[in-house]
Design a protein around this ligand. Sequence first.
Ligand code: URA
Length: 217
Amino acid sequence: MTEPAAMHDDGVVVVTHPLVQHKLTLMRERETPTGVFRHLARELSLLLGYEAMRDLPLETVEIDTPLEHMQARRLAGKKLCLISILRAGNGILDGLLDLVPSARVGYVGMYRDPETLEPVEYYLKLPEELDNRVSLVVDPMLATGHSAVAAIDRLKQAGCSNMVFVCLLAAPEGVARLRAAHPDVRIVTCAIDRGLDDHGYIRPGLGDAGDRLFGTR
Ligand code: URA
């Protein structure tokens, strides 16, 4: 029997579709060049976005096809919001914008103070009326979960109330931390890897997603 295309477990959706797993493997490979890596991230974000938007509300409208009048379904409510956690989140933002071109877009930039270890916000720009929108918060890697939790804390302060966290790859530690801090936020990912190493990298992982997306070191 074939596996279901997505496995759901306690607020975590792993998209197991063969195309997703194949593209993720190409991204993991060390020799995959920057341009291909970036293109794959965009393609995977389309496929993850499809799953992440599964619960969007619909409404019924009256339309005319070339042949007859009918009642049809369309997305209801305020425009969706996409929130990129800088900078690597931008690597999956574009694909999601292809899916929902009218989405509103926000950015959160945070870094960890090396002395206090507290997250410090260096950039925040968000659309209005976040309390009436579904927001997809995007970051390719859910590693320790510290920055995801800090960003979502901040987004809740700003009024975001209905969020889904979308990432390419997660570590069990990050999933546990995010679920414990924000059990209302669903996680959608392509895979949950073995764990974190001493430097906070996901193993086996795909390396530094930001560096591989943007060709930096
Ligand atoms: N961020 C990355 O880009 N890669 C990891 O493995 C962990 C965090």
